[in-house]
Design a protein around this ligand. Sequence first.
Ligand code: C2G
Length: 131
Amino acid sequence: MRRIITFGTFDVLHVGHVRILQRAKAHGDHLTVGLSSDELNFSKKGREPVYPYSSRYEILTSMRFVDNVFMEESLEEKRNYIIHHRADILVMGNDWEGKFDEFMDICQVVYLPRTPSISTTEIIEVIKDSH
Ligand code: C2G
């Protein structure tokens, strides 16, 4: 049984998110998602997520490629999360290319190409502009 872990906010879910989760799951049998807390998202992106943690959690846990979701509270805890969830492979989008190579001593680290031309930030801008 190969266990995969990935991390993110997954706010205003879009096909880029769906595809990375699907492609992450294809690397093994069990996919755990470290879902950023609202506070962590604020510290990463300088804004509140559109959907609060509880909604993002509900959406992710309903997806068929996702087996387990837990709260990612700090970027500094990543090593502990990987160990605690017994992950064999860490999968991230290639906007994080090279950033998690330090964990290669405890798991395989894979960066997958992002889906082009879509992001939560852009969706927010488009909605704002249409008002
Ligand atoms: N993603 C993608 N294609 C897009 C947009 C996003 O493949 N067009 C991927 C990202 O590369 C990431 C995942 O979807 O792997 C989640 O994206 P975000 O919610 O933006 O995650 P991020 O804020 O980068 O959080 O500990 C690491 C962080 O918590 C990652």
